[in-house]
Ligand binder design. Structure first.
Ligand SMILES: [Zn+2]
Length: 229
């Protein structure tokens, strides 16, 4: 097996997605140096807002966490490029599984019933071929076994006309970018909404708001892979 691995390494070299150094056997996506020196939000001493503070408008928010601090100057921003633009979403599964192992020990997932990846619009999904947030969700599912629900909340085109509203099917806030398509699946559940990057928290606030309005019995928590400064 090791000979096979060595041969594969020789023929198909892999590179660290942060520093670009060639990976050795046993390293995945990031070299050990970049993995160990990752700017984790927990250790960050800057004056930035905590994820909970950015989502203050949500009245059912239980807890929110981010893994790494996404800095424009830092090479760690490349992880997000790989995830979204270079077609390597597996890096997110790998990293979110590491984050989930740590958070699980802190009780972060206690009581959480379902994972909801923030959806892409249909147009963007077709263009990219995948939803990067689903790959983050997969890493958390791997560690916690919590079920991922993909289509309960959908992303609509902005400024879509209100039409065919049922009991639950109201459009979101002024942006109208999200809609709860299967509210019955979310009743009385504690949902973990998963996104790639939180910057101002406005996208996440929109999705939390529409879920809370549509299904008042939910509890909500949030995990993002990165927090942008
Ligand atoms: Zn590296």
């Amino acid at each position: 097996m090791n000979i096979l691995k060595s041969l594969t390494e020789m023929l198909l070299p892999r590179y660290c997605k942060v520093c670009g150094r060639r990976l050795t056997i046993g390293e995945e996506h990031l070299c050990i140096t970049c993995l160990l020196s990752m700017p984790l939000f927990k250790n960050y001493k800057g004056g930035m807002n905590r994820p909970e503070e950015l989502l203050i408008s949500s009245h059912t928010l239980v807890r929110a966490e981010s893994m790494l601090v996404y800095d424009k100057e830092s090479n760690y921003r490349k992880i997000l490029y790989h995830l979204k633009y270079y077609g390597h979403p597996d890096v997110a599964t790998y990293l979110s599984a590491i984050a989930a192992s740590r958070l699980k020990n802190d009780g972060f997932f206690d009581g959480v019933d379902l994972i909801i990846p923030v959806p892409l619009s249909r147009k963007k999904f077709r263009k990219r071929g995948y939803n990067q947030c689903s790959y983050i969700a997969k890493g958390i599912n791997k560690i916690t076994g919590i079920e991922i629900v993909e289509n309960a909340v959908v992303r609509t085109v902005a400024n879509t006309q209100q039409a065919g509203k049922g009991k639950y099917q109201r459009w979101g806030n002024a942006d109208g970018i999200f809609m709860v398509a299967k509210p019955e699946m979310l009743e009385n559940r504690h949902l973990l909404v998963v996104d790639d990057v939180m910057t101002t928290g406005s996208t996440l606030s929109s999705i939390l708001e529409i879920i809370e309005k549509t299904v008042p019995s939910v509890k909500l928590s949030v995990f993002t892979l990165a927090l942008a400064q």
